[in-house]
Design a binder for this molecule. Structure first.
Ligand code: PAF
Length: 283
């Protein structure tokens, strides 16, 4: 595995790969790798000839009161995991390489970014889309891989690729979960044992909604009520939103169908967690 830190090095490597007709797969991450990231690598390896993983904690997607400073970082462990899973290049730029002095342009997302995460994290998606657009330009992948856990992010990235004519495919890989159902997230590192027990409420509520859908419940309000009822036994879960929404527009729906997504965001202790389920697929 090669480690690159400058945009020039990455561009030169990309040119060399494309000169040899190699299909490049990109897995963008913020590091603190877990099995969820590594499942993206597995998918990228099966769909491309060479895999680039970026590891960059992107300051532009954190609000002023968010957890940028304490976001988990462990490059030594990340290197070992990425290499053991067959990543060809890790791109680990310093902040100045991605945001040199005077760089003030941002991708401006549309309506899909205004709801749910966008409401609780103003500016977050402009920061995400800006860094993802830069990574697309720098690594010129034929395909890029993202996790379903960040459902709204993936929907926005697909929309950006379509609206701004990026010449690549976007693939979304199902969320990887712990045995109890908790969605893997780098932020799980902040959960105490007691928090972890409470955090199971999110996936349990989503599983209950999917089960109710499976038994014929189509009314979105009834699905949300069911979830909030189940969460009553998890008093440590402070729900920010539960959304029963269209998977492309993220607009709330009244009647759910197979494609409908149910999204949840909540605070558990000092940690903010998100999760989702596509009703027709289940967890
Ligand atoms: O999902 C993430 O880890 C980040 O939002 C991403 C896509 C790597 C952009 O910084």
């Amino acid at each position: 595995m090669i480690e690159l830190t400058t945009t020039q090095e990455l561009k030169a490597w990309v040119r060399a790969m494309h000169a040899r007709d190699r299909r490049i797969g990109l897995v963008p991450t913020m590091g603190a790798l877990h099995e969820g990231h590594l499942s993206l690598v597995d998918a990228a390896r099966s769909g491309s000839d060479v895999v680039v993983m970026s590891i960059f904690v992107n300051p532009a997607q954190f609000g002023p009161n968010e957890d940028l400073a304490r976001y988990p970082r462990d490059l030594v462990r990340d290197r070992a995991l990425a290499s053991s899973r067959g990543v060809d290049v890790i791109f680990v730029p310093p902040v100045e390489a991605m945001y040199p002095d005077g760089a003030e342009m941002r991708v401006v997302p549309g309506k899909v970014a205004t709801r749910w995460e966008g409401e609780f994290r103003p500016g977050h998606f402009a920061g995400v889309l800006t860094i993802v657009a830069k990574l697309f330009h720098l690594s010129e992948p034929e395909c890029a891989w993202f996790g379903q856990k960040d459902f709204q992010q993936a929907a926005l990235i697909r929309q950006m690729v379509r609206d701004l004519d990026f010449p690549l495919e976007v693939e979304v890989v199902p969320t990887v979960r712990e045995a109890g159902g908790l969605a893997l997230s780098s932020r799980n590192a902040f959960l105490s044992a007691a928090d972890r027990e409470q955090a199971l409420g999110l996936s349990r509520a989503l599983a209950a909604a999917a089960a109710a859908f499976g038994s014929g419940t189509r009314d979105a309000a009834a699905l949300e009520r069911l979830m909030r009822g189940g969460l009553a036994v998890h008093p440590g879960v402070k729900v920010e939103y539960i959304a029963v929404a269209d998977p492309d527009t993220l607009e709330p729906v009244q009647h759910a169908d197979e494609r409908t997504v149910v999204l949840i965001a909540a605070r558990v202790g000092s940690t903010r967690l998100i999760d989702n389920v596509i009703l027709g697929k289940g967890l």
